[in-house]
Design a binder for this molecule. Structure first.
Ligand SMILES: *Cc1c(COP(=O)(O)O)cnc(C)c1O
Ligand code: SF4
Length: 435
């Protein structure tokens, strides 16, 4: 049994390796950790981080707040307040002001994707793309550790009114029954695998008992293989969780475990290898996803290594994302054309077995837009784009073109190529959003 020990702003100084940090390093963590959520644990600290070179270590940067994640003026403001001994109330209020400036809900998550059942809004659910519904169970709205780049960070801070959550699985089942186009239910968070197996079992049992013929796949979005693989090995309910997975596959449904990995290091420990094996033995298929992140994985060779290691462990590379325009994007974000060149460099050095990956992709208001490549047509340098998911499914798989721009980091920064006024979907999108 591996004891799960978490560290946050309040106790991180108890981590033995912290003695290697300077006073300035510690102040940086305290200042940024007051604004953005901070949580790590003994597995990340002892088995993933390379403390010999922690300043540049991708696993350290993945969990520990970094100075560059705040604008200098915000950093200095918080640092001054902390040094002057400001009260917790003041610190919280000032932190909230900074957070509000950081676009806590990108891509219209709150307004546009909440479905209705008999005229009542279903909070805790999103239904943006026709086939797949997202469910955010209230017991899964935290994670075993927090990624410093997380776009779901408002869920982990104290801004309670921005949280989605819902226990009413019965309403969800009713909604799915009324929507025969839904084939996939993606259970996500936070991380649903922080939930006790007995609670997860209760949800799954209800879903399976409802015997909804058109619902064929249950997906679980989780970072637990990377942050706490002991979830499937030695936790007191590890065996029970594995049996719930078996219950799903034995019922004839597909179980797709959408594993979040950001760096090959996360695939190298004995614990993660054993956990992957156990999950695969239930009949689940593990697909992998990650954003491209400056300071963590912004090189094609890192991605090629990561996909190769995933394939070797029997997993299927699925998504490469471009970092969203929220939180510490200035720190982690990279230009769209650089994301594409990283993708190309990685994609061209792996076999077809790893070329199942889709990306690099932006999850934005109209859909998931893939950067298919940079090219030149009749003397104009352009970026070719393509929807891999759309609010309107007809938009998918239709190439469209933006002016080349080596600085653009998000779809909003791009202009249509060939002197067109708008991208082809914009007018229709405006209509859809008006409802
Ligand atoms: C990515 C995503 C899905 C799943 O899309 P697939 O292409 O089926 O993997 C569903 N809903 C939302 C809101 C998403 O962002
Ligand atoms: S595991 Fe996912 S939800 Fe949790 S902190 Fe990381 S990115 Fe955010």
């Amino acid at each position: 049994m591996m004891k799960y020990q978490t560290y946050t702003l309040h106790n991180f100084k108890n981590i033995p390796q912290i003695s290697m940090l300077s006073d300035e390093d510690i102040l940086n963590i305290e200042v940024v950790g007051h604004v953005l959520p901070f949580k790590t644990n003994n597995y990340v600290v002892n088995e993933l981080i390379n403390w010999e070179n922690f300043h540049e270590d991708p696993m350290f940067i993945l969990n520990f707040p970094q100075k560059g994640m705040l604008y200098p003026e915000d950093f200095n403001h918080m640092a001054t307040l902390i040094k002057s001994g400001a009260s917790n109330t003041i610190l919280r209020e000032e932190a909230n002001i900074i957070r509000e400036k950081m676009n806590p809900h990108p891509a219209g998550q709150l307004e546009y994707n909440v479905p209705e059942l008999d005229g009542e809004k279903l909070h805790g659910v999103q239904h943006k793309y026709r086939e797949t519904m997202l469910f955010f169970p209230s017991q899964g709205q935290t994670c075993h550790a927090y990624c410093t780049f997380c776009f779901r960070w408002p869920q982990f801070t104290n801004m309670h009114d921005l949280k989605f959550s819902m226990k009413e699985i019965d309403l969800i089942i009713e909604y799915i029954k009324q929507h025969p186009e839904i084939t996939d239910l993606l259970i996500t968070g936070g991380d649903p695998m922080v939930m006790k197996a007995s609670i997860f079992d209760a949800y799954i049992t209800k879903i399976l008992n409802a015997k909804i013929e058109h619902l064929q796949t249950i997906r679980i979005g989780s970072k637990s293989l990377s942050f706490w693989p002991y979830r499937y090995l030695t936790d007191s309910d590890a065996d029970e969780m594995i049996s719930v997975f078996e219950k799903i596959t034995k019922s004839g449904m597909n179980l797709s475990f959408m594993a979040h990995f950001n760096h090959p290091r996360e695939l190298e420990t004995e614990a993660v290898k054993s956990a992957v094996k156990r999950i695969r033995e239930t009949g689940a298929v593990i697909r992998t996803q990650s954003p491209v992140l400056n300071h963590i994985n912004a090189h094609g060779d890192i991605w090629a290594d990561m996909w190769q290691k995933q394939v070797n462990l029997g997993m299927i590379p699925y998504y490469m994302f471009i970092a969203r325009d929220t939180g510490a994007q200035e720190y982690f974000g990279i230009p769209i054309v650089k994301a594409w060149s990283i993708f190309k460099r990685a994609y061209t050095q792996v076999s077809g077995i790893a070329r199942t990956v889709r990306g690099p992709s932006m999850s934005c208001t109209p859909g998931k837009i893939r950067v298919a490549g940079v090219t030149e047509i009749k003397g104009e340098k352009i970026i070719t784009l393509e929807f891999i998911q759309g609010r309107n499914s007809d938009w998918v798989a239709r190439p469209f073109f933006a002016k080349f721009d080596c600085h653009a980091q998000w779809i909003d920064d791009l202009k249509p190529a060939f002197d067109m006024e708008n991208f082809f979907y914009e007018e229709e999108l405006a209509e859809i959003l008006l409802g």
